[in-house]
Design a protein around this ligand. Sequence first.
Ligand code: HEC
Length: 132
Amino acid sequence: MLHAVSKLHPLARRVLAVFLVLLATASCGLGDLSIDEADPDSIPADPTYEGEVRPLMRYYCVACHAPSSQLGTAHDFDYSTYEGTKAGYGGILDTVFEQQSMPPGAARRMSPREEAIVKRWAEQGFKEKPTP
Ligand code: HEC
């Protein structure tokens, strides 16, 4: 087995390593809760892109959906900017809230609370920055 791994192309070995890390960091059970079960009081009243949404996109999506990522902007979704996230909100609705297919594989998913923050941000009109 070890011998077989060492014979793999270096890139294949890296892909295997990344896969194993993703597997090891698979989330632990939160995924069964629906967004509606997040405690409404724990969600910021007035979430903004700069304040709450950007860090979430950066953590969960930007590794694969940004011009700088190895995949480029996979399927033309760029979640590394305000405009891109706003324009790609339909994709978040679809793949994160409904199909629960993104991020793919065993990668950690957004918690119900995090999903509710993004949802409230959209419902309140995609505010970019906190009011000073
Ligand atoms: C590990 C890399 C990776 C991460 C992280 C990731 N994606 Fe993707 N995403 C992909 C790939 C690859 C595709 C193309 C899938 C296909 O062709 O089937 C894709 C496709 C999509 C699509 C196109 C629709 C579809 O189902 O094909 C949307 C929308 C999307 N991702 C949203 C997101 C969002 C939102 C996040 C963060 C919550 C995210 N992705 C995180 C790799 C990733």
